[in-house]
Design a protein around this ligand. Sequence first.
Ligand SMILES: [Zn+2]
Length: 76
Amino acid sequence: MFLAKELATAASEDGDRAIFIGRKDPQSFSVLINRYMKRFVICPVCGSPDTHPDREHRVQILICEACGARSPTGQG
Ligand SMILES: [Zn+2]
């Protein structure tokens, strides 16, 4: 669900929807995966990937095992 939304966003950012509609470019896809990782896996406070998702007041958050930061995810 997220990836579909992200693909549409990236496509409009690139101004070339054909990249994703015509043929799935594996390089562009890995860029999206990296973006996903940064937003949903990497702790924005300390940069550690040692995190797990949780929910707080219906908001999806990321709990960092390294520094204990609780960051909202999926914003924007
Ligand atoms: Zn952290």
